[in-house]
Structure formats: structure tokens, C-alpha cells
Ligand binder design. Structure first.
Ligand code: CA
Length: 237
């Protein structure tokens, strides 16, 4: 599956190139506009999932681009790229409909993680299921494609079953999932290997490996009478 379409609007060629390579490397489909009017026309034709928008452009400003996009009914998330802190007040104060911002000089890692968060917020599971995705909550980092988990930067040794269970819970963030649904998702219909008790055992192991206080979990919660749910951090909501 191809990655989400990201439009970069940035007049400095070197900056745009860096972003472009970085975002492609992260699995996104990328186009670049070097000025505001070009951005509007690409947005119209290509309908990107997200727009990363520089404020200082040679023709119309990023503020104007954002205002016109919203005026034309475009609802995709906009990440503003600002050169200075003082522009942040303006972005927020103008209520342009920008969703988030980063202040230059930003790290590529920061931009990618903001973009993923915005996509997740805007498109939910769609974003989770397409392309390589790293999910971060608290000290935990999950790479869904490479199937590894880190905690405070150190690899966590999960069994394949634990990984599938975790992936299923995280992909349905904030929604309770019954034990039966988890068994089906983890072992398939041929659920010989799994029963309610095995799920509970695997959940206990997951908590021991991932939670700071396994007896009082913060992310992997029991939903009484139903099963379990992944409680996403406040920053996801
Ligand atoms: Ca600029």
C-alpha cells in the first residue's frame, strides 16, 4: 500500500529537498510546491492527505494559503513550518485552521512524528494501516512494519503472539475489545491455541514488559465484563 500524500510548501529549495527525501524515506508520497499559488493548484488537483506549509513564501503567505484552502473546503491537516517563535502566536491567534506547527530549525524526526500524529488524528486507523508506522506512547515505541518494540530506547523482547495482541489493541485505541475478538485477531478462526485464560496470561506478560507499574497499568487496561483496551496518551486525543 502506498503512503499518504504529503504536500510540502517551501520556497527554500534545500530545505524542501531535505524534507522531501526524509518524508519519502518514511514511506510518504510527496510533492513539492515552491510558492503559495502553486500550492493551491496542487492541493486542488492532487488532494493531499496533509500539507506542510512554510509561512514566508515569495508570493502569498502561508497564512493566506491556509485561509484559502479552508475557504475552498479543504479539510486536510495543515502543519505550519515557522521560522520564528513569534509567528506561533499569530498562527494560533488568526484561527487559520492550521492543526499544528514546528519552529525552524526543526529535526526531520520531529516533523515526521508530528505528521504521523496529525494523520492518525485526522484519518484514524487508515493512517495506522498504511505504510511503515512508528507508534509512540510514554516510553514505548512500536514499529508496526519491522515488528519491534522499544522501551526507553531499549529493545523489548515480545513473543509474536504478544506483538500481535499489542498491535490489535493499539490499532483500536480507546475502544474496548472482547477477549473473543482478540483471540480471533491473534490466532484466527482456528483459535485452538487461545482461550480467555491465555489472553489474560499474554496481557499480564505484556504489562510486565511495557508498563511502569504492571499492577496498575496506564495503557493496557482491563475493561470489566468485556476484555481489554489500549488507553492512548492524552496527546493522541
Ligand atoms: Ca520561506
Amino acid at each position: 500500500m502506498t503512503g499518504e500524500k504529503i504536500l510540502i510548501v517551501e520556497d527554500e529549495r534545500a530545505v524542501a529537498r531535505g524534507l522531501e527525501y526524509g518524508l519519502r524515506d518514511a514511506g510518504f508520497d510527496v510533492q513539492w510546491a515552491e510558492n503559495g499559488l502553486r500550492a493551491l493548484s496542487i492541493a486542488e488537483e492532487w488532494n493531499p492527505h496533509l500539507i506542510a506549509l512554510d509561512i514566508r513564501l515569495p508570493d502569498i503567505s502561508g497564512y493566506d494559503v491556509c485561509r484559502r484552502l479552508r475557504g475552498a473546503g479543504h479539510r486536510q491537516p495543515v502543519l505550519m513550518l515557522t521560522a520564528r517563535d513569534e509567528e506561533v502566536d499569530k498562527i494560533l491567534g488568526l484561527e487559520l485552521g492550521a492543526d499544528d506547527y514546528v519552529v525552524k530549525p526543526y529535526s526531520l524526526r520531529e516533523v515526521v512524528s508530528r505528521i504521523r500524529a496529525l494523520l492518525r488524528r485526522a484519518y484514524g486507523e487508515l493512517a495506522l494501516n498504511s505504510g511503515p508506522v512508528t507508534i509512540t506512547f510514554g516510553p514505548i515505541e512500536i514499529d508496526l512494519e519491522r515488528m519491534w518494540v522499544r522501551r526507553n530506547g531499549d529493545p523489548v523482547d515480545l513473543t509474536p503472539t504478544e506483538f500481535r495482541l499489542l498491535r490489535q489493541l493499539v490499532a483500536n485505541a480507546d475502544r474496548p475489545i472482547s477477549r473473543e475478538a482478540l483471540i480471533e485477531a491473534v490466532w484466527g478462526y482456528d483459535g485452538e491455541l487461545g482461550n480467555d485464560r491465555t489472553i489474560d496470561v499474554h496481557m499480564r506478560h505484556l504489562r510486565q514488559k511495557l508498563e511502569d507499574d504492571p499492577g496498575n497499568p496506564r495503557y493496557l487496561l482491563t475493561v470489566r465484563g468485556i476484555g481489554y483496551k489500549f488507553q492512548p496518551p492524552a496527546s493522541w486525543l
